[in-house]
Design a protein around this ligand. Structure first.
Ligand code: MN
Length: 251
């Protein structure tokens, strides 16, 4: 297979929300796209984990999504139950956007619980949502000292350059998608991220490629955008992203 399309990294994709979930896992395997399938509820964990744990390129993350936590408080118990089986955690975090601001208190309670448990367990890799709440997320990461013994990846980071610098200082990574390059102000923040902390994502199926939901292989567009922004060649960028992923998972 062409090396231009193999070895891509999609570190945040909701695989279980596609109608062809199982076929999509197989597609990632065949196309050799290293894919992290995130979940929005711990109830989704057993099936996601069972379908991916024997694969070479696909892993599952144990999630409890900030946009859903308020309506499902009882899910924390299930999340706790599955935590020992999970190396990857997500989607977790905070959302202070207009539609979810009213549940921010409950979101913070759940996220605090998640961080406290991860700090206690160690060796987890978290993919974190931080819509309009990067500073609050950073404050909580520090409060629970989560980055001392875990890795944190900011997914679809939309904070300021200053918040990004603070996250980098804490050792965090950033999973970057194609849609973060659409606005000049956002591109400027991505341009300041440390290149050795950047990996890629699609956040499919919530994003589109053409008129269909993005699939993990479409993460290729994010690589192209990065090449233009940072002015490096395609294979060098792809190699950097794979190296960053390896460092994220082994350091
Ligand atoms: Mn997501």
């Amino acid at each position: 297979m062409n090396s231009e399309v193999t070895g891509l990294v999609d570190f945040h994709c909701h695989l279980d929300l596609y109608p062809d979930f199982e076929a999509l896992i197989q597609e990632c395997e065949e196309q050799q796209v290293f894919t992290l399938g995130v979940t929005t509820t711990p109830d989704a964990w057993p099936r996601n984990h069972a379908l991916t744990k024997g694969t070479r390129h696909v892993r599952s993350a144990l999630g409890i999504h900030p946009q859903l936590v308020a309506s499902r408080p009882s899910e924390v118990e299930a999340w706790d139950r599955y935590l020992p089986e999970a190396r990857y955690i997500g989607e977790v975090g905070l959302d202070s956007g207009p539609e979810h601001f009213n549940t921010l208190g409950a979101q913070k309670d759940v996220f605090a619980h998640v961080l406290e448990r991860c700090a206690r367990a160690g060796a987890k890799v978290l993919t974190v949502h931080s819509v309009r709440s990067a500073t609050a997320v950073l404050d909580m990461l520090e409060e629970y000292a989560v980055t001392n013994n875990n890795r944190v990846v900011f997914h679809w980071f939309t904070g300021s350059a200053r918040e990004a610098a603070r996250a980098a200082e804490l050792g965090c990574y950033f999973s970057v998608n194609e849609w973060m390059f659409k606005k000049e102000s956002r591109r400027a923040v991505v341009a300041k991220l440390p290149v050795d902390r950047i990996i890629t994502e699609t956040d499919g199926p919530f994003t589109k490629t053409g008129d269909r939901p993005a699939r993990p292989r479409d993460v290729s567009s994010a690589v192209d955008e990065l090449c233009q922004l940072i002015r490096v060649g395609r294979s060098e960028m792809a190699t950097t992203i794979r190296r960053n992923l390896r460092t994220l998972l082994t350091e």
